[in-house]
Design a protein around this ligand. Structure first.
Ligand code: G3P
Ligand code: MG
Length: 247
């Protein structure tokens, strides 16, 4: 599964050039040559898994308020492209199902980040994985990830054979024990907090280190030099060009 991990993973699709977590953003990532995309999944009020990053609708849609206070049918009336650029008016918040169909058709690998609204950790993971599982080709690369350990525990229980990425921002003191317990396959860490030593410490656990979010080619080179395996980038095409043979 992870043997085909590319150096560059499109973050929320290709967030620099298209509205994040939309079908347009996934298409844009593929157009730019990305081989994998990362997207975030959360539940609506009626427990439909949809692609959105924030807990609230305000920043990336024409709606307002917490995502779990709106049913899918109402959410689908919102515009998720207008905030980004007039050229994307009419873009919607996609369901996980719609996004997966497109990702499959485009031949991309997927890192699905389970992004629960606070308090909805288990149910978000359960519903998202039960939705994804029948749709995902068994031979296509897939990495499930989350900052929330309960989400990763659900993934471990429901779909153990799919690799799990443990997302870290400000790592707890016992991160290594947690990574062992949940059987984490990768450590997905904040690029801003990394040093040669921190990456070495993560790598010493035997896991590939992935790092978010890297939009600067020089920084990507430094991270790769420290042993980071892949970076999440908002601009997979631009970074690939700037990195040349290092990508
Ligand atoms: O999965 C990598 C990265 O997306 C984690 O942070 O906040 O962009 O979802 P965030
Ligand atoms: Mg994410």
């Amino acid at each position: 599964m992870l043997s085909t991990l590319p150096r560059l993973i499109g973050h929320r699709g290709a967030k620099e050039n298209a509205p994040e977590n939309t079908l347009a953003s996934i298409r844009e990532a593929a157009r730019q040559g990305a081989r994998w995309v990362e997207v975030d999944v959360m539940l609506t009020r009626d427990q439909c898994p949809v692609l959105i990053h924030d807990d609230t609708l305000d920043r990336t849609t024409t709606g307002t308020g917490p995502v779990p206070l709106m049913d899918l049918a109402d959410l689908q009336q919102l515009d998720a492209g207008r905030w980004f650029d007039a050229g994307f008016v009419g873009e919607r918040v996609p369901t996980l199902e719609e996004a997966v169909a497109l990702i499959r058709d485009l031949g991309l690998g997927l890192n699905l980040e389970i992004k629960p609204y606070p308090g909805q950790e288990e149910i978000t993971a359960e519903v998202a994985l039960n939705s994804l599982r029948p749709l995902w080709p068994s031979d296509r690369p897939l990495l499930l990830s989350s900052f929330e350990v309960p989400c990763l525990e659900v993934a471990q229980r429901l779909w153990p054979e799919i690799p799990r990425g443990y997302l870290l921002w400000d790592p707890p003191a016992d991160w290594a024990a947690i990574a062992d317990r949940i059987g984490a396959a990768t450590l997905n860490v904040d690029q801003k907090r990394q040093t040669a030593d921190s990456v070495a410490e993560y790598r010493a656990t035997g896991r590939p280190v992935l790092s978010y979010t890297v939009n600067d080619a020089g920084r990507a080179r430094t991270l790769f030099g420290w042993g980071v395996s892949a970076v999440f980038t908002d601009a997979p095409g631009r970074l690939a060009r700037e990195l040349g043979a290092d990508a």
